[in-house]
Design a protein around this ligand. Structure first.
Ligand code: FAD
Length: 452
């Protein structure tokens, strides 16, 4: 085994008999990942530990379905305990792919690993590499620091607003980084923007290429900067369809309307993707056998809709709807201007219930998060995390957080999760040693201390 030299993310390939086949298939990744090889469970674990100690990270374990020193499911569980954030893939050799499928596939449902694939039989097996790239993409967007940065945030500290902006950008699939105002990048960015006007905050300063940039008071300021105001949309007169809300329902409506040649505008108050956009991994959406993160689903739907000509406006809440009479257009009103439409589709979904524990509300963004805490998760390494609620979103959040946190406890008012959570998630939680469930608990008060 060679000594680690650079902290690029590693892909660890493990096989007793067919290591050369695997290595050949992964040679295309050598430029951007360190390809580490091992012939046994123990060797792979050592290799991963070495890489972590050298300051690197492990993005993916790829293993044959048979290993010389352990059952592959035990090996995968072991690697998960060493690098919980790494994705895990079984690439079964073609001589035993079918024979092992029935025994190994249930391991995916339990969250022991992410995908069961046929080891490539030759070059350019693009189906295989598509799956690998999906896993690496998912790892890259939820674990790694962004390499290619679309949005730069200048702020002296990561307060609640900065965290909320980062969360919004994560949901929109926009890679970003936060820079110290006195650092090299921070100073350059500050020099590119005019001094704050009266009443305008100095930070966070949010910079994006080909956009004006904004000194944000709220997430909405950033959202509004991305697509401009509804009143600025270049729509001549009345559009055929205005969709209010860009969750899955609104996005689907926009795709079908625009694909029929109707001029379509989507007005979204927050981030494109709605509730689904906050999901770490949607496993039960038709057509995505390995699951898809809410962010990716929303991003794809948005791109699909853009392709047909839909125009989007984010960060503008529709405040009222004036129904047109006798053939007059309907008027969709926002603080950023009005849009006139022949048809309005209201797809505003639901807003989650707050806990109604007053002191806790003051801590939102400072250790307390609503939703899946996708952005905050990265900073929870080794910590004790409590998830309040027993629905599917709580289950997904717990599974995602368990990759980072030391321990995750789900607090529920009922006896168990059975009545409120899908069985595939309960199954995954039951097999995740970092997650436990505490029933019969009602969150009614909270306090805080300065200790980290
Ligand atoms: C963390 C999480 C994980 C989930 N995982 C799954 C899963 O794995 N599988 C599954 O089937 N379901 C899942 N769900 C549920 C699923 O996301 C929802 O059922 C789905 O998003 C509903 O879609 P929708 O478009 O109707 O509404 P929403 O997703 O709620 O979208 C409504 C949109 O309308 C916008 N809006 C509201 N009012 C206005 C206004 N006045 N002006 C402009 N815009 C407005 C909102 O900002 C929002 O973006 C999950 C939900 C959450 C929160």
């Amino acid at each position: 085994m060679s000594t680690p030299t650079a902290p690029v993310p590693a892909i660890v390939l493990v096989a007793g008999e067919h290591l050369d086949d695997l290595r050949g298939s992964f040679s295309r990744y050598e430029r951007e990942y360190a390809i580490r090889t091992a012939t046994s469970t123990v060797e792979a674990e050592t290799s991963a530990r070495e890489w972590l100690e050298a300051g690197g990270d492990v993005a993916l374990f790829v293993t044959d379905s048979v290993l010389p020193d352990a059952h592959v499911l035990d090996a995968l569980a072991r690697w998960r305990s060493v690098v919980p954030t790494a994705r895990r893939l079984v690439a079964a050799h073609w001589e035993r792919f079918l024979a092992h499928a029935a025994e190994l596939r249930p391991g995916m449902a339990k969250g022991t690993y992410d995908a069961y694939l046929l080891m490539p039989r030759g070059t350019r097996d693009e189906e295989f590499h598509h799956a690998v790239t999906e896993l690496l993409s998912d790892w890259g967007s939820t674990v790694a620091e962004a390499e290619v940065v679309t949005v730069k945030i200048v702020a002296p500290e990561q307060d609640g607003l900065v965290l909320a902006i980062r969360d919004f950008l994560d949901r929109m699939g926009m890679p970003h980084r936060v820079y110290d105002p006195e650092g090299e990048v921070g100073l350059t960015l500050r020099s590119m923007h005019p001094e704050p006007g009266p009443g305008e905050p100095e930070y966070p300063l949010v910079h994006m290429v080909e956009r004006p940039g904004v000194r944000a008071r709220s997430v909405r300021d950033v959202a509004a900067m991305l697509y401009g105001a509804p009143g600025d949309l270049d729509v001549s007169g009345t559009v055929d369809v205005v969709v209010v809300g860009a969750g899955p329902a609104g996005l689907a409506a926009s795709v079908y309307a625009a694909s029929e040649g109707l001029s379509t505008v989507v007005v979204e108050a927050e981030a494109i993707g709605g509730q689904a956009g906050t999901s770490s991994m949607i496993r039960n959406y038709l057509g995505f056998p390995r699951g898809i993160s809410g962010m990716r689903l929303a991003q794809r739907a948005r791109n699909q809709s853009l392709r047909f000509g839909t125009r989007f406006s984010t960060g503008w809440e529709v405040s009222s709807l004036e129904v047109g009479r006798d053939g007059a257009p309907h008027v969709v009103r926002t603080d950023g201007g009005d849009v006139h439409a022949r048809t309005v589709v209201v797809a505003t979904g639901v807003a989650y219930r707050r806990l109604r524990v007053e002191p806790l509300e003051e801590l939102v963004g400072r250790g307390v998060n609503y939703g899946a805490a996708m952005t905050a998760a990265r900073e929870m390494e080794g910590q004790d995390v409590f998830v309040v609620g027993g629905g599917n979103s709580a289950g997904q959040a717990a599974v995602h957080l368990s990759r980072f946190a030391g321990r995750v406890t789900i607090l529920v008012r009922r006896e168990s999760l059975v009545e409120t959570m899908s069985s595939y998630l309960i199954n995954e939680i039951e097999h995740n040693s970092r997650i436990s469930v505490r029933p019969w608990l009602f969150c009614c008060m909270c306090g805080w201390s300065d200790r980290a």
